[in-house]
Structure formats: C-alpha cells, structure tokens
Design a protein around this ligand. Structure first.
Ligand code: BJW
Length: 234
C-alpha cells in the first residue's frame, strides 16, 4: 500500500463493545430474539411510540455509565495528527468518538443525544428523557422523536460521505458486520474509485471478501496499532 493522503474510516458497534455497549447482532446483541429490521422502523415507532421512546431513553441513560476506549482514543489521535483529509463516518449513535476528541466525524445513523422533529425536520440537542409528544424548540409542534435513522429512512450526509469516498485513497472499516446498507457498500464504492481497503474486526464480516486486507482481533488492540503505523509511515 502506498502512503495514503485521504482516509475514510467507517465505524460500527464493535468499536464501542469494549466500552460496554452491546452490539446489535449475535448472542447478547441489543435486539436478540428480534430481527433488527422488524423492530427498528418508522412503523414500529408509530405503532408503539412509548415503547420505542423508552428504549432510547434507556440507551441514552446508559451513555452516562461508559467511557471511550483505546480505539476511540486512537481515532481521535489520528484526527488530531493526520495532515491529509480524514472523515470518520460512524454508524454508532453513542457519543464516544466525540468524547474521545474526534472532530472530523459524522453520525450517519443519528445520535442518541439528539431529537428530531417529525413535523419540521429540525434536529436539536437532547440529553435527557424524551417522552412522546415533546415540543420541538424550532416549530413548537409536539412531534419530537429519537434522532435515529430507522430502516427505510435515508441516512444522514450521504452526499458528503460519497464525495469523501470518491477522493479516498484508503478506506478502513472497523467493528461493523456489513449487514446494513448503504454503509455495507462503502467498501465497493471506495475500491471502485481506487482506494486501498482494510477491515479491522473481531471476526470476518459479511463483506470481508471485498477488502484488500482483513485484520482480526479486538478494536482496542487493532486500532491503536494501525493508527501508530499510519502516522509513522506518513
Ligand atoms: C468487534 C468487537 C470488538 C464485536 N472489536 N469488532 C436488501 C438489500 C440491500 C439493502 C436493503 C435491502 N432491504 C432493505 C435494504 C436497506 C436497509 C438494509 O440495509 N437492510 C438490511 C437488513 C439488508 N437499509 C436501510 O433501510 C437504510 N436506509 C436506506 O437504505 O435508505 C435508502 C438509501 C438508498 C440509497 C442510498 C442511500 C440510502 C437505513 C439503515 C438504518 C440502520 N439503523 C440501525 C439502528 C439504529 C438504531 C439503534 O441504535 O437502535 O443502525 S440498524 C443497526 O445496524 C444500527 C447500526 O448502525 C447498524 C449496523 O450495525 P453494526 O454497527 O455493523 O453492528 P453489528 O452488531 O451488526 O456488528 C458488530 C460488529 O462488531 C461485528 O462484525 C463484530 O464482529 C464486531 N465486533 N466486538 C472489534 N471488540
């Protein structure tokens, strides 16, 4: 691999697993016993808003009990020290990347500490419980919902992500199962535009065969090792 200049990093639930936040799929996963795509939908929210709001209240409260781990900290170091372009695209709705200090970051699947107005589309910071019918600070409608991208909804900032992938010469995917699109397709898009591709994961993902290289192990070991190497090579 020649020395990269423009890097796109995609992160998933595996990055926060060692901080104590459950992943989605597999034994002990957040949605164990359910197909995520059956319960995480606008239809499920409409059918039982109290249940869905309560679920995200508990997830939001759980953020108080966890801390960024060595993998979040290594990516924040990369953000601070990498002289080229960098975009960290996280599918995670927790705030551990920013608490570690990352800035060149976007949350494509929304954020637990944000509320979305179903009436006007405004997004507002929201750190406490969010009952159904809470008032939107922008338009006054009683229409605030968790700012989470459900199945069938468009992820955030796709234009910006696709532009970064088109310019990337290195794409790195960390701790994601490759089960959910469009994120699962980023590796092919990056490769199409000529980027080298690297996967860091505890086990092979659904899309492992698309990557030039896969390294297996816990994120708290693999990510600091990779960041150290890429900063040393530059
Ligand atoms: C470790 C580790 C450690 C563990 N160290 N690693 C048919 C074909 C193709 C697409 C579709 C289709 N039918 C429908 C679709 C589209 C649909 C989709 O992908 N469905 C699939 C089920 C097939 N996607 C959508 O609807 C999306 N929107 C959309 O497509 O809009 C249209 C569009 C068109 C064109 C362009 C763009 C858009 C929206 C998807 C929204 C996903 N939302 C969720 C829920 C958030 C709410 C919540 O948090 O409760 O986002 S689903 C859930 O999955 C969450 C995650 O961000 C996402 C990905 O999960 P992730 O992060 O990969 O976690 P896991 O648990 O799956 O994997 C953990 C990984 O970590 C594993 O690999 C472990 O090995 C690893 N790991 N410990 C390192 N210590």
């Amino acid at each position: 691999m020649t020395t990269p200049r423009n890097i796109v990093v995609l992160t998933g639930a595996g990055l926060s697993a060692e901080s104590g936040l459950a992943t989605f799929r597999g034994p002990g996963g957040l949605w164990e016993g359910h197909r995520v795509e059956d319960v995480c939908t606008p239809e499920a929210l409409a059918a039982d808003p109290a249940l869905v709001h309560r679920f995200y209240d508990l997830r939001r409260a759980a953020l108080e009990t966890v801390e960024p781990n060595a993998a979040h900290q290594a990516l924040a170091r990369l953000d601070a020290e990498w002289p080229g372009e960098l975009l960290i695209v996280t599918q995670n709705v927790d705030d551990l990347h920013e608490r570690a200090g990352a800035r060149r970051l976007l949350h494509m699947h929304g954020e637990l500490r944000s509320a979305l107005c179903a009436a006007c589309g405004a997004r507002s910071p929201h750190g406490t419980e969010l009952p159904p019918g809470a008032v939107c600070p922008a338009c006054g409608a009683r229409a605030l919902r968790p700012d989470i991208v459900f199945f069938g909804e468009m992820p955030y900032e796709m234009d910006r992500i696709e532009a970064a992938l088109a310019e990337a010469d290195l794409f790195v995917s960390i701790g994601t199962s490759g089960a959910v699109y469009p994120a699962a397709g980023f590796v092919q898009m990056a490769a199409h535009f000529g980027a080298a591709t690297l996967e860091l994961n505890l086990e092979r993902s659904a899309g492992s065969h698309w990557f030039d290289e896969t390294r297996l192990g816990p994120a708290t070991r693999l990510v600091p090792e990779w960041v150290e190497a890429v900063l040393t090579q530059r």
